[in-house]
Design a protein around this ligand. Structure first.
Ligand code: GLN
Length: 254
């Protein structure tokens, strides 16, 4: 009998431990190949979205767990419940709104073109007609290149960084990618350059599972608070310097 009671107590405490552990954690899904929003520094995932998510978690009373996965798998992971929200420089598109609920937008971006520095035939997106364009799989850049650029041969990569390797070795002619990750790629690769052409704007927002209004309201409150109390500007200044290297500002420093 004693043994049975012991086993029962052990099992109950195990169950309790696993339940309370999972309820103390809020999981952010992201794709850590999108600097300055999310990228890896050693084994750690850092970036603007990670710090904002830590502030979200703090306000929500939970510990943040970052789950790094491919960008095109994020919405399915959210729907399956393996993550609680997506913070991944994700554009709040009408198409995605059918499957997720978005927070208020937290950053305005645009798509840009990257070519090799010695390319002088491209001065706007129209010049990409008939060329090969590298994009990140599942992104607005991929949709734009596929639907709007005439006769383009669109090649999808897991990350913009993978696309940049293909561009450097001549496998593709160009890349369509969000502005800041594109700038960061070019900053690290002087043999590449950006073509300035305003052809598509993106409003980044955080996604939650449809109907998860409790978390969504909390996220919106955090976004509003950091915009009002100056924290948001501090993050912009650190992670998005006009020139030079990113400074990582963690939530503990705020
Ligand atoms: N903003 C783009 C999109 O939402 C790209 C995001 C990303 O690659 N992380 O599709």
């Amino acid at each position: 009998m004693k043994k049975i009671i012991f086993a029962f107590v052990a099992l109950a405490s195990l169950l309790f431990a696993s339940c309370s552990k999972s309820s103390q954690v809020v999981k952010m899904g992201t794709n850590a190949a999108f600097p300055p929003f999310e990228y890896t520094e050693g084994t750690e995932v850092v970036g603007f979205d990670v710090t904002v998510s830590n502030l979200i978690a703090r306000d929500y009373g939970k510990q943040l767990q970052v789950v790094d996965m491919s960008f095109d798998g994020l919405i399915a992971a959210l729907q399956a419940g393996s993550i609680d929200f997506i913070a991944a420089g994700m554009t709040a598109t009408e198409e995605r709104r059918k499957n997720v609920d978005f927070s208020e937008p937290y950053y305005s971006s645009k798509q840009t073109i990257i070519v090799r520095s010695d390319t002088n035939t491209v001065s706007s997106v129209k010049d990409l007609a008939g060329k090969s364009i590298g994009v990140q799989s599942g992104t607005t850049g991929e949709i734009y290149a596929t639907e709007e650029v005439e006769k383009a041969s669109v090649k999808s990569f897991k990350t913009g960084i993978d696309a940049s390797l293909a561009l450097k070795n001549g496998a593709i002619d160009s890349i369509i990618l969000d502005e800041l990750p594109a700038k960061e790629i070019v900053r690290r690769n002087p043999e590449l350059k950006i073509i300035d052409d305003d052809f598509f704007t993106d409003e980044y927002a955080i996604a939650v599972k449809k109907g998860n209004t409790e978390l969504l309201n909390s996220i919106n409150k955090t976004i509003q608070t950091i915009k009002e109390n100056g924290t948001y500007q501090k993050l912009i200044d650190a992670f998005m310097p006009v020139d030079g290297e990113i400074t990582i500002l963690s939530a503990d420093e705020l």
